[in-house]
Design a protein around this ligand. Structure first.
Ligand SMILES: Nc1ncnc2c1ncn2[C@@H]1O[C@H](COP(=O)(O)OP(=O)(O)OP(=O)(O)O)[C@@H](O)[C@H]1O
Ligand SMILES: [Mg+2]
Ligand SMILES: [Mg+2]
Length: 493
């Protein structure tokens, strides 16, 4: 039974198109090769500008290290490539990276949509290369040349690195450690692909809305793989749900590591779901989990457990585990968040900005409503002529008297206007009953009948190509920008 279920799960992953084709893989490899060539040319140019002797110019190198879902080998066709540029001590971030390298990239025919993201905790250049979205942060090592496959777990290379570089290195270091610690890489990768799909379908994926991000799920999955080194894919998934359905939060999830953190590395536990990064200084992986999202995530672990625990269930079907979360069935009331702008370009920037501040709206709604479920699915009202994006978040049914949402709207608008550099778009909040939801919101979850939807659904979690995705502004990088950093420590993000 166990084996049968594992086989059907592998088939399920393939049917869902989660594994990129060999052609796509080849394309990604080529992009990385080209990026490596570009940074090599760049570093020689910088050395030449510094008037270094010829031999030194010849000897100096910089490199690219991949991390994120690509680095773990669990990317889909829509995933970006997270690529860290690692340079030697003389190449500065402010000028050599953000000006010289930026200009070199910009002049390449393969590159489009290039933005500098300087105000994030992990500053980066974001662009499209041959149509693949790239996140390129920078780390500067205190060495005169960086070997192509530099070992960023080796203390020699980490001497005296500055704080920003340290944060930028954290994603690569954590990934590398995870890959070293999992007993069976292939099983881990298949498992993580499933877990990510499950989290997206059930509406509990994404750091920006207080759910779990790719790195959190990777550590949770790896911890189960460690505990059950010989388990099949099916058993790993079963154990994943069982483990976290009953996990005694806020006990942190920690990977078993030969190198144990020392007492000096003590970490705070203010996070509701602390998940420790598996590399020094063993900080908690930054997350935005709130009271509401905590409850939602836990309920989903439990549901997963109930759906998978009975190995002998005769009509077992993986499809039911990965069903879309039926918002209109689960909630009677919704808050509608309507965002608009005068053209698609402005809308892209505006929506990205608003999303980067969504957490404050969530916390506010939680305050007045006790519970709020931020559904990440984006809709477009095509009955309205102005470019727009609409969200529907589930609300606490027992607080039905709450209909005046104006002060929440005012508060949030104030927050949005603070620091926005583009031309601010529109934002409106209103309360809807489930029966007032547009048909597409019902269709999306398989509840509605097959009537023609007058709304278009953009699911940014599953597809990275909504109308405005080319214009994602620099604030929307999956990291919370520095000016709204929460109090608890974080690494990398
Ligand atoms: N909150 C965070 N805390 C620590 N590291 C983070 C955080 N957010 C992002 N990172 C780092 O950046 C990497 C890339 O993030 P990204 O948003 O691209 O997700 P991903 O895991 O690559 O998934 P996807 O396939 O959706 O791109 C993560 O794997 C992690 O190393
Ligand atoms: Mg990524
Ligand atoms: Mg990324």
């Amino acid at each position: 039974m166990d084996e049968e279920r594992s086989i059907s799960l592998v088939q399920f992953i393939v049917n869902e198109g989660l594994v990129p084709s060999p052609d796509e893989e080849e394309k990604r490899k080529n992009v990385i090769l080209k990026l490596k060539e570009i940074v090599l040319t760049w570093i020689k140019k910088v050395a030449w500008q510094r008037r270094f002797p010829k031999e030194q110019i010849a000897a100096t190198c910089a490199t690219i290290l991949t991390y994120g879902s690509y680095g773990l080998g669990v990317h889909g066709s829509e995933s970006d490539i997270d690529a860290l540029c690692v340079g030697p001590l003389f190449a500065t971030m402010a000028e050599d990276f953000f000006i010289v390298l930026h200009n070199m990239l910009k002049s390449r025919p393969e590159v489009s949509e290039i933005h500098c993201v300087k105000d994030a905790k992990v500053p980066l250049i974001r662009f499209e290369f041959d149509g693949i979205s790239i996140d390129l942060p920078y780390a500067q090592l205190k060495v005169s040349s960086v070997p192509e496959n530099v070992d960023v777990l080796n203390p020699y290379f980490l001497r005296d690195v500055n704080e920003t570089s340290w944060k930028s290195l954290s994603g690569v270091r954590a990934n590398k450690r995870i890959l070293q610690l999992v007993p069976n890489l292939e099983n881990f990768q298949s498992m993580l692909r499933c877990v990510k799909l499950w989290a997206k379908r059930r509406g509990v994926y994404g750091n920006l809305l207080g759910f779990l991000g790719g790195v959190h799920l990777a550590i949770l999955a790896a911890s189960v793989c460690q505990k059950y080194p010989n388990a099949s894919l099916n058993s790993l998934i079963m154990n994943f749900f069982q483990t976290f359905a009953f996990w005694p939060w806020p006990t942190p999830v920690i990977l078993q590591d030969r190198i144990l953190p020392t007492a000096g590395d003590a970490i705070e536990t203010r996070s509701l779901m602390p998940i420790q990064l598996p590399c020094s200084p063993y900080e908690y992986c930054h997350s935005n989990v709130t009271r509401s999202t905590f409850r939602r995530i836990r309920a989903e672990f439990l549901r997963g457990h109930y759906r998978t625990r009975d190995l002998l269930k005769p009509d077992f079907d993986w499809g039911s585990v990965f069903e879309h979360f039926p918002y209109p069935k689960e909630y009677t009331r919704f808050v509608k968040i309507y965002l608009s702008a005068s053209d698609q370009d402005d809308l892209g920037d505006w929506v990205g900005w608003v999303k980067s501040r969504f957490l404050s709206l969530l916390v506010k709604l939680e305050e007045v409503q006790g519970l709020c479920d931020p559904n990440p699915i984006e809709h477009v009202d095509i009955d309205v002529t102005e470019p727009n994006v609409v969200f529907y978040w589930g609300l606490n049914p027992s607080k039905s008297s709450f209909t005046d949402i104006r002060h929440v709207e005012e508060d949030f608008m104030k927050n949005l206007k603070n620091g926005y550099q583009g031309s601010a778009g529109g934002m409106g909040l209103s309360i809807l009953q489930a029966s007032q939801l547009p048909k597409s919101a019902l269709l999306d979850t398989g509840i509605g009948k097959g009537t023609k939807a007058c709304w278009k659904i953009l699911d940014y979690n599953l597809r990275r190509t909504p109308t405005y995705s080319q214009h994602l502004p620099h604030y929307f990088v999956g990291y919370v920008a520095t000016d709204r950093e929460p109090e608890y420590p974080s690494a990398g993000g």
